[in-house]
Ligand binder design. Structure first.
Ligand code: SAM
Length: 284
């Protein structure tokens, strides 16, 4: 019997006295087709998988038969005995009690996977969606791809195009480090308990080199942060603390925008161009 079977899932939870914890973002999947599709698209068979937040083991039991090794990190210590029971038939699985936000994934991959290629797969807890994605993208680790179920609204932001209302600092960062694609939506009725919003599965393939060349990444992300912190201001006004207004307006024009353009129109390439100009301009 699979954990997507509601009778079985409820029986397991009852036997262990488990009530889904809101503070850990616990919404357990119940649709076998959704679970199987996420498991299938997240990697190829040569890979090892890091699963963040296995819950009672619903996605994990679909991952284990498909991949060389699965390491599942769960923060809720009450779920650890559940996982040891529901997943005891798999000998390519390691269950680790811990907080994924505190893990150094470079070391973690070396310790648990050696030379194996590694991908991340997760139905992420909503409360850490953006910070964990940024951590996985920014850290220098061998992780190749990140396939995660997140709130649809956040997925729309991560995959947005410049100039749209969803486009923001996190979009630019995701596009700097990865190529991302939205895979499919999942309605609230496919979880226990049902979340308030629709979810989306997205896959981010990490790039071996950032998508744009920029001599100063720190300056690039400072520009991005300032531009979106005050997105109703013109770019020149939003950046005025680090770049003279006339200088920014000139660069905006060089990029083909009006002098009063807002930051939300600029792509990550445009921000990189501006960062390089700013860095190399001795008059600034
Ligand atoms: N994978 C299961 C499923 O799809 O049914 C459960 C997904 S549930 C949305 C999120 C899981 O992440 C929960 O089991 C929760 O306890 C766990 N979790 C929450 N915060 C975590 C953290 N910082 N590190 C590791 N696991 C975490």
């Amino acid at each position: 019997m699979r954990l997507t079977d509601l009778t079985y899932a409820h029986a397991v939870m009852r036997a262990h006295g488990i009530n889904p914890q809101k503070r850990y973002g616990q919404n357990f999947l119940t649709n076998a087709q959704v679970v199987d599709t996420i498991a299938e698209i997240c990697a190829d068979e040569e890979c090892g998988i890091i699963e963040i937040g296995p819950g009672i083991g619903t996605l994990t039991e679909a991952l284990c038969p498909l991949y060389k090794k699965v390491v599942a990190i769960e923060i809720d210590r009450n779920l650890i005995p559940v996982l040891h029971e529901t997943l005891s038939r798999f000998n390519n699985l390691e269950i680790i009690e811990g907080d994924a936000m505190k893990i150094d994934f470079k070391e973690f991959c070396k310790d648990h996977f050696g030379d194996m290629r590694v991908c991340v797969c997760a139905n992420l807890p909503y409360y850490i969606t953006s910070p964990i994605i940024m951590k996985l993208l920014e850290e220098d680790s061998p992780i190749e791809s990140i396939t995660v179920m997140i709130q649809k609204e956040v997925a729309d932001r991560l995959c947005a195009n410049p100039g749209t209302s969803e486009y923001g600092a996190i979009t630019a960062a995701v596009q700097y480090y990865s190529e991302s694609e939205k895979c499919f939506n999942v309605a609230p009725g496919n979880f226990i308990p049902p979340p308030k919003v629709t979810s989306t599965v997205i896959k981010m393939n990490k790039l071996s080199e950032p998508s744009v060349k920029c001599s100063d990444t720190k300056l690039l992300f400072t520009l991005v942060r300032l531009a979106f912190e005050q997105r109703r201001k013109t770019l020149a006004n939003a950046l005025s603390s680090i770049s003279p207004k006339e200088f920014t307006e000139n660069v905006a024009e060089e990029l083909g925008y009006p002098r009063d353009v807002r930051g939300e129109k600029l792509s990550i390439d445009d921000f990189a161009y501006m960062a390089d100009k700013l860095k190399n301009n001795t008059n600034v």
